[in-house]
Design a binder for this molecule. Sequence first.
Ligand SMILES: O=C(O)CCC(=O)C(=O)O
Ligand SMILES: [Fe+2]
Length: 451
Amino acid sequence: MVVVLAKGELDQIALPSADLPPVADVPAVDLSAPAGSAREAAARALVAACEEDGFFRVTGHGVPMELVRAAEAAAAAFFELPQGEKEVEAPTLGYGSKQIGGNGDLGWVEYLLLGVTPAGAAVPASSSSTLPCAAAAASATAASSSSAPAGPLRFRAVVSACTHTDTSPLAQPETTWSNITRSTRTLLVVAAWCVTHSFWQPTSTPFDSHALAPPIDCCAARADVPPCRAARSIDTPWILIATLQELAPITHASLGLLDEYTVAMRRMACAVLELMAEGLGLTGGELARLVARADSDCMLRVNHYPPRPAAPAVGAPPNLTGFGEHTDPQIISVLRSNGTSGLEVARHDGAWAAVPADGDAFFVNVGDTLQVLTNGRFRSVRHRVVVNSERSRVSMIFFGGPPPDEKLAPLPELLVGDGGRSRYREFTWTEFKASGCRTRLEDDRLARFEN
Ligand SMILES: O=C(O)CCC(=O)C(=O)O
Ligand SMILES: [Fe+2]
């Protein structure tokens, strides 16, 4: 991360303690356990883990490790780009650095934040938080650009901001993705958008093609759309086409693989919720449906924690806050990192425990919403990331959230004990997000919904 922290900011993210907590013994849940006693045992293990610490790891998940490694490598490659180039992607990929949420929380982290479409694919979210307001901002962005045509959303934010028409940088023969200017990149994104919306007909698949048909009046069909007006001014199509191929690694790496990864994560989240329902004796399938529905409010966050700066150079303390302590607001989060430690979870007794590197497993967090649905039986796990490593950590977290209008309250089947008393009043996900927007990272966002 090129961004340098000012002294005051460094003080804010320094963790006073140099002590490393004990390593957590994270329970494993085998998603591939065959029906019968093995699956029943897996369901029991899952429920016990959710009750105890709200945290477990999933084995037998069936997600190809090649996909996981490719998505991690793509994310890492993105974060290696020069800072200026990453910032260009803020509207397209929800890029942000250091600031977590809009209420002053800072961390030694940069990230991408992507909303998830009904099909499961990742699309840009425009906010800088893992908190519910991120999703609110993402849907607000989508609503405010509702006049844009349907189709892939990934370029929409950049496209709608594009007014630049100067194509001269494209005339440089040695143009590469990394040495073109921001405005040229914007034009290329416009061009790519036109290809994906079929304003230009490639002779084969977009981005793999060496020969695209010239963009002859490519905007005739949609002259009302601002990006098309910008695209129309491009009068050196052959250079544009040549340079479009430079776009391929970025678009595929940052979006294509993340799309595929997100689809796999949503599928896994649903499989975990199905097993959970079995363990809880729920028969209706409602838990998994909350995350599987077309309008479910899911997100993908990709975090990069650069290595800790050398202590003598900046006077840094041994440990930095990568991501401050918090609970995730959604139903469940599915997380993994590139085999680099740093994640810590608060156990039921409040003591921190370090989560070992993940190997081929995925970690699952119980979120605030699941704590509510289970009437407090499951524990929304408090967690944080501490940076004390010489190694970069890249983590990818899928947040499985409910649809915006979903009424959330303890499931009637789980209102046992305590005289059947509901510990939480009913609220919608939208209401919860709006309330979470005003909180700091470490705040208890459920307190104001308790009965
Ligand atoms: O990056 C990580 O490993 C965890 C980050 C996290 O808890 C979050 O993004 O909600
Ligand atoms: Fe989290």
